[in-house]
Each structure stands twice: as structure tokens, then as C-alpha cells.
Design a binder for this molecule. Structure first.
Ligand SMILES: Cc1cc2nc3c(=O)[nH]c(=O)nc-3n(C[C@H](O)[C@H](O)[C@H](O)COP(=O)(O)OP(=O)(O)OC[C@H]3O[C@@H](n4cnc5c(N)ncnc54)[C@H](O)[C@@H]3O)c2cc1C
Length: 473
């Protein structure tokens, strides 16, 4: 079959592209080397929908961040993903920083991003844990948070429901130019496509080389490390707190998450290759830089650390271009922050370059089902649910209060979880204080029962991570 478009990569960009394309008649596929959607940069970041005051004027980042951020709320609602506009403060702690704060305000206002200056006193009233030195802040009420992997999954679910083929665990290893189409060679098959979108995140430069011989852009890997505080620390901060941005990036932040945790980070460290481990030096940098932002950090509530790698480059701007050598191949390179916030607009930008407005739209389009989240229900509604289906009363993850019913419902969705980590990603089992110490084995048993596999064949995170011999005992 000849594909109209083959998307390489199922991160947030690939998911928005697949979702948008699924509204049109045609044949579309997404090829992803990992065993799940959002396994790359989209899995490990600050999860902020930045409002768009920060990127430099006349950059793609400035344009697409503002447009993307404005589009998010409606899309999140449509696909049943979390989105919370919690607002942010950008904090100046020295007199010399106030001019920069005012410059950011002007830049934001010019772009239609609501932002206002507030005094140190007002800031401290709203956020009692900001550091004593805080003098003034820029309040940006439209800054929001999401759960990035959830957003990508919900978008991709819609795409799959509407006919997009999703090939997981297939790495693109070759691209051949034929007379008027391309052959995309993966680790499992060869696909033929009229157009290719290279949305491969950290792998985009490699795909660039496969397409064009030499990649038209170069990327640098910049790792950022974080602490995660348990939701017992949820009152530590209520807004996103940013220091003033610098040429090095947005700095170390405090970020409340959708489910009441607090993220502290990220630092910034250039690496020669992708490596998402955490290091004591990186986490020490986070602690050190936080002293300039907040006080009395409840480090006793740290439940884990993680890191993500930013694909940086192109003079700190996104590189989004059609190949100069091979028409119909579109490269998304250097999609670092604010790539998440910009993703809806990145997708529209690429599809407009493909003249999508002249394509025929589908008359019918299937919505994905809403998600039952017991912890977000009123007591009476939850009781009625449990009466109708007692599996919703059987708690599997005690830290996050996740029931068997919620896991079973996740298993019935269009992109079902196949491993313990994929269940964790979808329903939060194991994201609490015990970090899966108690519930992982219960999740594994459920996966084994529902997939009719022996317990020892259940994977923690993709092929090669089977529970193995110990589970036999
Ligand atoms: C520390 C950190 C903090 C950040 N914070 C924010 C933030 O708060 N707000 C914000 O807006 N942005 C933020 N970002 C940036 C944002 O996370 C990224 O811009 C965004 O997730 C990139 O999405 P993507 O789809 O381009 O890439 P990815 O999510 O990496 O998706 C690309 C996919 O392509 C797949 N792939 C790669 N090579 C191949 C191949 N050969 N064959 C098949 N598949 C392949 C990968 O497995 C991956 O799943 C942050 C990034 C980092 C690292």
C-alpha cells in the first residue's frame, strides 16, 4: 500500500501530526522504535505549557509557542487529557534583573500573552516559600501543566481509532528515494510513502542523514535532571516558579504536577550521547540553584529523580523545513523546549507546508472514550460505580488509590499497555511514595491474567525486561 504520509516518531509532535492527519482522507502511518507512544523526550520534561513570552522575537519558537499554547486547552478537553492553567511567576531576586523582567513583560504583551508585574510582597503572599531575596515577579496566568505522555497517548488513540496505522518497536533504518515516492525501511518491514515527516526527537539528525546523506541540521544533547516530591508536599508551591531565563535556558524551576507532586529541576548539561540516568552532581546542581528561588524545600518528600535529554541546536530555534534535496520529506529538528507547548502549532505548520487545506476531510470522525478516574469522582458517583462494577472498589495501588477497574479499562483502550511501566504511564500505579514496591507484582498478575501469559513472561518495560525465573517462584 502507498501511504500518503509516514510519520517517524510517536512523541508529542508525531502524536499531534497523526491526530491532525486522521481528520483527512488518506493513508497514514506512524513508525516508532520504542514499545510505546511517548517513550522519548516527551516522557521526561517539565510538563509545562509555557505561555510564550520567553522565546526571542522573530523565531519559530516564538510564533509556534504562542499558537500552540493557545490551542491546548480545547484539544485536551476534546481528547480527554488533563490540562490545568495554574499560572506562573518569573522571579527577579536582584535589582539588576528587574529591567529584564520588564522586557519579558513587554515581549509577552506584544504577543498577546497576558502578564503583569507583581511586587515581592504580593509574590510572597501567593507563594510563602519563595526565597527572601525575591524582589519582583512577572505573573503569567495562562501558563499551564499537562501530563505529556497522557496527552500524546490520547491523541494517538484518536488517530488509531480513525485509521492511522501505528507500528511500535520498529526502528527506521533506511530511507530510499524512488521515482515519485520513498521506501521507508524499518527493522521489521518496508513501507512506501509519498511524504515523510521526520519527528524523531533525539533521533531526528540520524533520520536527516538517512534521507539527505548529510543532515541539514545539527543537534546537541542537553540533559536536565529533576527531583520529584510526593503529593504530601503539594502545598509547597501552587504556581510554577521560574528564575529569570538566561542564554543557558529557563533555569531550575519548581513545578506542581497534574497529580499533586512537585518537580524540582532541571539542570543543564551537554552530553556527547543520549543518557537519561541521574547523577549526584546533576542533582546537587538542582539543589544549589534552587536556593536562589525557594526556601525550606521539603527534601524529605523526594520520592524519585529522573532526567530527560533536550535535542538542542539551530541557534536555539526549531528547525522545521522541507528537505531541499528530497521534496515531500519534512524535518523537525532541534525540538527542545518549548516543543511540548508548541506541538499543536508545529503540526499545523508542517501540514500547511503540505497544503493540507486542499486535502479532503473525512465526513465522520470517531472520538475516543473518556477515562474513568476514581480519585477525581465525587463520593456518590464512585460508590455507584463500585456497585455497578466491584473491580473499581479493589485497590491495587494504595499510594495513588488506583483500582483494578481502572487498569482493566486501560487494557481495553485502543493502545493498550503491555508492560508494568506502560500501566504505570496510563493509570499511575507505582507513581506514589512506595514507587511500585507493593503494587507492581499485583499489576504483573493482572497483566498475566488478562493477556493469558505466564507471569514470568510479563515485562517491566519492553522486550528483554521479562520478570523471568524469580516470578516462577
Ligand atoms: C529536561 C527537559 C525539560 C523540558 N521541559 C519542557 C516544558 O516544560 N515545556 C515544553 O514545552 N517543552 C519542554 N521540553 C521539550 C519537550 O519535551 C520536547 O520538545 C518534546 O517532548 C519533543 O517531542 P518530539 O515528539 O519532538 O520528540 P520525542 O518525544 O523524543 O519523540 C520522538 C520519537 O521518535 C522516536 N524515534 C527516534 N528515532 C527513531 C527511528 N529511527 N525510528 C523510529 N522511531 C524513532 C523516539 O523513540 C521517540 O519516541 C523539555 C525537554 C527536556 C529534555
Amino acid at each position: 500500500m502507498m501511504l500518503d504520509v509516514c510519520i517517524i516518531g510517536a512523541g508529542i509532535c508525531g502524536s499531534f501530526l497523526a491526530y491532525d492527519l486522521s481528520h483527512y482522507k488518506g493513508s497514514f502511518a506512524v513508525v516508532e522504535k520504542e514499545h510505546d507512544v511517548a517513550g522519548g523526550v516527551t516522557m521526561a520534561n517539565s510538563a509545562i505549557i509555557h505561555a510564550g513570552y520567553d522565546p526571542k522575537d522573530h523565531t519559530l519558537k516564538a510564533q509556534l509557542n504562542v499558537e500552540g499554547a493557545k490551542a491546548y486547552e480545547a484539544i485536551a478537553q476534546r481528547v480527554h487529557a488533563h490540562y490545568q492553567k495554574i499560572g506562573a511567576y518569573v522571579i527577579a531576586s536582584e535589582e539588576s534583573q528587574i529591567a529584564q523582567l520588564k522586557e519579558l513583560q513587554q515581549r509577552g504583551n506584544k504577543r498577546g500573552v497576558r502578564c503583569e508585574l507583581v511586587s515581592g510582597e504580593e509574590l510572597k503572599q501567593a507563594e510563602p516559600h519563595v526565597c527572601e531575596a525575591a524582589l519582583m515577579a512577572l505573573y503569567v496566568p495562562d501558563t499551564a501543566i499537562i501530563e505529556p505522555w497522557e496527552m500524546a497517548l490520547r491523541l494517538m488513540e484518536c488517530a488509531v481509532l480513525n485509521g492511522v496505522d501505528l507500528y511500535l518497536e520498529e526502528e527506521v533504518i533506511g530511507i530510499m528515494h524512488k521515482r515519485d515516492y520513498y521506501e521507508v525501511k524499518t527493522s521489521k518491514q518496508t513501507l512506501c510513502a509519498k511524504r515523510i515527516i521526520n519527528a524523531a526527537g533525539l533521533g531526528a539528525e540520524r533520520i536527516g542523514k538517512l534521507c539527505d546523506g548529510a543532515s541539514p541540521f545539527h543537534m546537541e544533547i542537553k540533559r536536565g535532571q529533576y527531583y520529584v516530591l510526593s503529593h504530601h508536599a503539594r502545598d509547597f508551591v501552587h504556581h510554577i516558579l521560574y528564575p529569570l531565563p538566561s542564554d543557558k535556558g529557563k533555569g531550575v524551576l519548581c513545578v506542581p504536577t497534574i497529580h499533586g507532586n512537585i518537580l524540582l529541576g532541571p539542570d543543564a548539561q551537554i552530553l556527547s550521547e543520549e543518557d537519561t540516568s541521574t547523577t549526584s552532581q546533576g542533582l546537587a546542581r538542582v539543589r544549589e540553584q534552587l536556593t536562589q528561588l525557594v526556601k525550606e524545600v521539603p527534601y524529605g518528600e523526594v520520592i524519585r529523580s529522573y532526567s530527560g535529554c533536550r535535542p538542542c541546536g539551530n541557534d536555539n530555534d526549531f528547525y522545521i523545513e522541507e528537505s531541499a534535496i528530497h521534496p515531500g520529506i519534512y524535518h523537525l529538528g532541534c525540538i527542545d523546549s518549548p516543543g511540548l507547548a508548541s506541538a499543536p502549532a508545529i503540526s499545523r505548520y508542517v501540514l500547511e507546508a503540505m497544503h493540507i487545506s486542499s486535502w479532503e476531510r473525512k465526513e465522520e470522525w470517531i472520538e475516543n472514550e473518556s477515562v474513568i478516574r476514581c480519585d477525581e469522582m465525587e463520593d456518590d458517583a464512585r460508590k455507584a460505580l463500585i456497585q455497578a462494577d466491584p473491580t473499581y472498589g479493589h485497590i491495587i495501588c494504595r499510594c495513588e488509590a488506583i483500582s483494578e477497574g481502572e487498569i482493566l479499562a486501560a487494557l481495553r483502550r485502543p493502545i493498550p499497555p503491555r508492560s508494568i511501566k506502560e500501566v504505570k504511564k496510563r493509570v499511575r500505579c507505582g507513581m506514589g511514595k512506595c514507587q511500585g514496591g507493593f503494587c507492581e507484582v499485583e499489576v504483573a498478575k493482572l497483566l498475566a491474567r488478562e493477556s493469558r501469559l505466564p507471569l514470568h513472561e510479563i515485562c517491566y518495560d519492553g522486550a528483554g525486561s521479562e520478570l523471568g525465573e524469580e516470578a516462577k517462584g
